[in-house]
Design a protein around this ligand. Structure first.
Ligand code: G3P
Length: 229
């Protein structure tokens, strides 16, 4: 399952983009509001960090069909290829998705809470659907199950749409959607860090270090190899 970063924090994007196989960055109005400042400049900076080959997902803020379409076209014009326009899974959103997808603009239908919304978004030509996991599970619904249902529907209908799961509160949710057949997940830096680190890995390494030092002293294997080369 491919991983994208769900943040507009430039330092975090720089770090994870440089050191990990991150496939792009997703934003929404809340994520952008957290950083503040010149939002257009901020999005250009994100594009500059990830380069033109990675995905940048930018959400529309307009509410009517005509203005959503204008905003979507302006987003793609500003941030170039591999830019996806995030449009919420509403009536007007699905109509705009069909119009824009027919014109070749990549759309990520976001704030998806049901498999029915995912199916309609795909039928409307969406490149991605973004089911919200923790926002669903917080309401005692089955967010991971929704991803599994959408994956099955897409597979049975040979849909080209991919699932980009979002809204995670635990590392396990990320793993669960991967097992459920999700194509991609967008996660914040805190969850990313949770996926990377494990205390038992750290204590295991501490044990190896202790055993090595007891047997061979402070000299590392590298130093010993270089001495004999
Ligand atoms: O990208 C939008 C989605 O990730 C929202 O996440 O954490 O605000 O529920 P959250």
């Amino acid at each position: 399952m491919r991983i994208l970063l769900d943040t507009a924090d430039l330092e975090k994007i720089e770090y994870f983009n440089l050191h990990y196989p991150i496939e792009g960055v997703t934003t929404n109005p809340t994520i952008l509001a957290k950083e503040g400042g010149d939002v257009v400049e901020l999005l250009h900076k994100i594009r500059a960090i990830i380069g033109e080959d990675k995905e940048l997902h930018v959400q529309v803020t307009e509410k009517t069909f005509e203005r959503i379409v204008r905003e979507a076209e302006a987003i793609v014009a500003a941030f170039g290829k591999n830019t996806f326009v995030k449009i919420p899974a509403t009536d007007v959103g699905l109509r705009a998705t069909k119009y824009l997808s027919d014109k070749g603009i990549g759309v990520t239908v976001t704030a998806v809470l049901t498999a029915a919304q995912g199916m309609l978004a795909s039928n409307s030509g969406a490149s991605y659907v973004a089911p919200y996991i923790s926002r669903s599970e917080n309401l005692c619904a089955d967010g991971v199950g929704t991803v599994a249902d959408i994956a099955e529907i897409f597979s049975k209908s040979n849909a080209k749409t991919q699932i980009l799961a979002a809204s995670f509160k635990t590392a396990k949710e990320v793993l669960d959607v991967a097992v459920a057949g999700c194509h991609a997940a967008t996660i914040g830096s805190t969850i990313m860090q949770m996926l990377i680190t494990h205390t038992t890995t750290d204590t295991s390494i501490a044990g190896f270090d202790r055993d090595w030092r007891e047997a061979f002293g402070e000299e590392s294997l590298l130093e010993r190899l270089e001495k004999k080369a």
